[in-house]
Design a protein around this ligand. Structure first.
Ligand SMILES: *[C@@H]1O[C@H](CO)[C@@H](O)[C@H](O)[C@H]1NC(C)=O
Ligand SMILES: *[C@@H]1O[C@H](CO)[C@@H](O)[C@H](O)[C@H]1NC(C)=O
Ligand SMILES: *[C@@H]1O[C@H](CO)[C@@H](O)[C@H](O)[C@H]1NC(C)=O
Length: 478
């Protein structure tokens, strides 16, 4: 019989052994790290840094959220992109972005427009060491490599006084930094960024802010890239639906969502809008139905005084209340059935295309290994939702969503030897997607599971496997 003491010592040894085993497993990347924990392979960063990118504090903190949204480029970009699962090789990446910081899309009545500069001055903050060479490179652009109307858009912001929705220097710096970070994270994996045959697939909506954001990111990825290796395509729809944009049901679900949002706003306690309404000489009802928080956020993001009139300025506490309300409503609305159906239909064509693209690469066909799609919050928000990431925060300025395709060993030509990872602003969210949520946490998400989700799972809520059918407006479905 073992005495109490020796049993205790035995237990202690066992515990120590387990601890060492678990640590070394994590170190060798055999077990995934808890989400949000950053380690580096090559000792680039020796410390573990808690990044906590996607999960906001459990209490929705309006100020924290607003800072996150602005994404001021005053710190290095962090993330878990490029973390190779053991035994795998990177086969392809698809990067979807929201444009960087921009001038507001609307203004407040009776308040002067924010004074924000939209020309590039490397000596002005926020700056970046590549800003001057970026501008030079854009001046020497060969415009024949830009599709259609894109060639008539400026490749970088040029005017002192911003126009509605224009990219700012901050927005440009945000995406140069994203590109620079991705270059480090992937270490130009086997020449990924320098492919010429076929060259990277680059696509943008025909707006200057998205085109300029794409250019900035590409420049960060590959400074002084040769224009001959560049072909920038234009995508007319913010949903990237290409030739499959005709979808009446999508419009209807979005309309329902907007009606719900308007109703919620109208019914919101007056306290949220009172201060702003008083400042602008509006009734609270008018303020609720007509005002947008966007111009206030622009002031906040640029560290400027909130709007002032004769009677004084909007107080920070009032801004906080407004944002608190807006964020709470946004969350509620995103979880609604109408928005989720809208998101699935809006993103079906783009996910279908992404799935086919990754499948072609997995099967060994020649296809661009790097894809970049530059869009809007109205692109990324439904995309996150369609993937099942309902609780992901609203896409901030210069947000990035990355699909990584990994190949195990010499498995060229076989879908079964491929896995995907999905990262949102650097955080690995694969295990929170609707298709890989129920899998054991330490297993990789097989490409096959993603392909099956797109070809059937995605449309299951519409009781069909046909996008065209799901798009038909059926009275009974509403
Ligand atoms: C960056 O700016 C934000 C907002 O002004 C501030 O809260 C944060 O501390 C700054 N970060 C660094 C690293 O300076
Ligand atoms: C989905 O992808 C397949 C294969 O590329 C294509 O034939 C089909 O037209 C696509 N459907 C839509 C709605 O985009
Ligand atoms: C699909 O079928 C279920 C059960 O019959 C029904 O509750 C649901 O509303 C249907 N969905 C659509 C979009 O028609």
């Amino acid at each position: 019989m073992m005495g109490f003491r020796s049993r205790f010592v035995l237990l202690l040894c066992l515990a120590a052994l387990l601890a060492v085993l678990s640590l070394s497993l994590q170190f060798l990347h055999l077990l995934p790290l808890p989400a949000g924990l950053y380690t580096s392979d090559q000792g680039k960063l020796r410390k573990r840094v808690l990044v906590d990118l996607v999960i906001p504090p459990s209490e929705l903190d309006a100020m924290y959220e607003s800072h996150r949204y602005c994404n001021r480029p005053n710190h290095t970009v962090q993330g878990l992109e490029g973390h190779v699962p053991p035994g795998y090789h990177l086969a392809s990446i698809v990067v979807m972005i929201r444009h960087g910081d921009r001038y507001p899309l609307s203004s407040l009545p009776g308040v002067s427009q924010p004074d924000i500069a939209c020309d590039i001055k490397p000596e002005r903050e926020p700056t970046h060491h590549q800003l001057a060479t970026f501008v030079q490179h854009m001046r020497q652009a060969d415009l024949t490599h830009l599709e259609g109307a894109l060639a008539s858009l400026p490749l970088f912001p040029t005017v002192r006084q911003c126009e509605t929705g224009q990219l700012t220097q901050t927005g440009l710096v945000q995406h140069i930094m994203n590109g620079e970070y991705l270059r480090q994270a992937y270490d130009n994996h086997g020449g990924l960024f320098a492919d010429v045959d076929p060259p990277p697939h680059v696509e943008t909506t025909p707006r200057s802010r998205t085109l300029q954001s794409a250019m900035a990111l590409l420049y960060g990825l590959r400074p002084m890239f040769p224009w001959s290796s560049m072909h920038v395509r234009s995508q007319a729809s913010v949903y990237y639906c290409g030739t499959a944009c005709d979808c009446p049901a999508r419009g209807l679900y979005l309309e329902r969502t907007e009606q719900e949002r308007a109703l919620n706003r109208a019914q919101a306690p007056d306290i949220f809008y009172k201060a702003l309404a008083e400042l602008l000489d509006l009734s609270v009802a008018q303020a609720k139905s007509t005002l947008s928080v966007d111009p206030l956020l622009a002031l906040f993001c640029h560290g400027q005084q909130l709007p002032c009139r004769q009677r004084g300025c909007l107080k920070s506490a009032s801004f906080r209340l407004l944002r608190q309300h807006q964020l709470t409503e946004e969350r509620k609305s995103k979880r609604g059935a109408m928005y989720q159906r809208f998101a699935l239909l809006a993103m079906y064509p783009m996910l279908n295309r992404t799935a086919s693209h990754l499948q072609r690469i997995a099967e060994g066909h020649l296809a661009p290994r790097l894809s970049l799609c530059s869009g809007h919050d109205t692109t990324l928000e439904p995309m996150l939702n369609a993937l099942g990431l309902h609780d992901a925060p609203f896409p901030r300025y210069a947000a990035r969503l990355v699909f990584e395709l990994w190949r195990k060993g010499p498995g060229v030509g076989r879908v079964e030897s491929h896995a995907i990872r999905i990262l949102y602003d650097g955080e690995d969210v694969t295990s929170r997607t609707s298709f890989c949520r129920s899998r054991p946490a330490h297993e990789h998400c097989p490409l096959r599971v993603f392909l099956d989700f797109v070809s059937s799972g995605m449309l299951a809520p519409f009781n069909t496997s046909s996008y065209q059918q799901a798009c038909q407006v059926l009275q009974r479905a509403l």
